[in-house]
Write a protein that binds this ligand. Structure first.
Ligand SMILES: NC(=O)c1ccc[n+]([C@@H]2O[C@H](COP(=O)([O-])OP(=O)(O)OC[C@H]3O[C@@H](n4cnc5c(N)ncnc54)[C@H](OP(=O)(O)O)[C@@H]3O)[C@@H](O)[C@H]2O)c1
Length: 261
């Protein structure tokens, strides 16, 4: 990951938590930033903080990444800018058995976690390919490595992102664009802290995940931040049977609690 003077990055889902950590890490490397999230107030506060602290340019663009016109909104936000690096971080999830929730909840997962990254890639990557360089980060989860009871739609969407990211890694590498998909374990973000009663083994701070993920760009299709999470992923994908892996993941995911309204 390199920035030259005037380089721009875009972080989708950056008003708090891991997305804000990506923005801070990229600003510290000198990138100007387009920041996307729904809530204007924290987004604009972060943009102002980074403009001041890092002497960079910022564009804060409040938007819903699950909306069908998100790609068009992003293209308008990138007008006159050559984006060098794109991070799709936003996600929607709900906790509990799939059939206990209305179908609309699962379709919202599809909109934000599947349609969103596809629209994002279509908006951001063609310019990188045309220029022959750039980088893309897709956020996934070790929950996407196998079935995850009580997180069924979310885990399935994260499996989609793993395969999407790995496929794009192979397609775009010969065109000079690096892609990495980050399969994170638990991260102390505001969203995670609403559902977890205590730290899961291997829980990391957002800054650690952002830094390890960005450092992995150009080194391979997939990164698993944190030693404990690498070990867990090895167990889940190489050592255990599929039933065993679903059971091990389920011991964590069924302990999550739906956030109180
Ligand atoms: N936290 C964990 O333990 C964990 C573990 C493994 C993987 N991950 C992955 O890491 C990523 C971030 O994790 P996190 O969920 O904890 O979130 P986060 O980065 O702490 O916050 C999510 C960000 O996305 C924005 N966002 C959410 N929905 C959006 C929408 N529809 N349109 C625009 N912006 C939206 C939120 O801002 P607004 O509310 O202002 O829109 C917020 O800035 C996700 O891809 C997740 O799957 C997280």
């Amino acid at each position: 990951m390199r920035s030259s003077p005037g380089s721009w990055a875009v972080v989708a889902g950056s008003s708090e938590g891991l997305g804000a950590a990506f923005a801070r890490a990229l600003a510290s490397h000198g990138f100007n930033l387009i920041l996307l999230a729904r809530r204007p107030q924290p987004l604009e506060a972060l943009a102002a903080e980074l403009r001041e602290a890092r002497s960079i340019e910022t564009r804060a663009v409040p938007c819903d990444l699950g909306s069908p016109d998100m790609g068009q909104r992003l293209c308008e936000a990138m007008s006159g800018i050559e984006v060098e690096l794109g991070v799709y971080n936003a996600a929607y999830s709900f906790v509990g058995p799939l059939l206990d929730k209305p179908l609309e909840e699962a379709l919202r997962v599809v909109d934000v976690n599947i349609r969103g990254p596809l629209q994002f890639v279509h908006a951001v990557a063609p310019g990188m390919v045309a220029r022959g360089h750039g980088g893309l980060v897709l956020m996934s989860s070790i929950a996407g490595l196998q079935g995850a009871p009580h997180l069924a739609a979310y885990a399935a969407s994260k499996a989609f992102n793993i395969v999407l990211g790995e496929s794009l890694w192979a397609e775009l590498k010969p065109k000079g664009v690096d892609v990495v998909v980050s399969c994170a374990g638990a991260i102390r973000t505001p969203g995670y802290l609403k559902t977890a009663t205590k730290d899961a083994p291997g829980t990391l701070d957002p800054q650690q995940v952002a830094e390890q993920t960005l450092a992995a760009l150009g080194k391979g299709p997939r990164v698993i931040p944190g030693g404990t999470n690498k070990l867990a992923a090895f167990l889940l994908t190489r050592m255990l049977t599929r039933r065993g892996a679903i059971s091990m993941m389920g011991s964590s995911t069924t302990a999550l609690q739906a956030p109180s309204a």
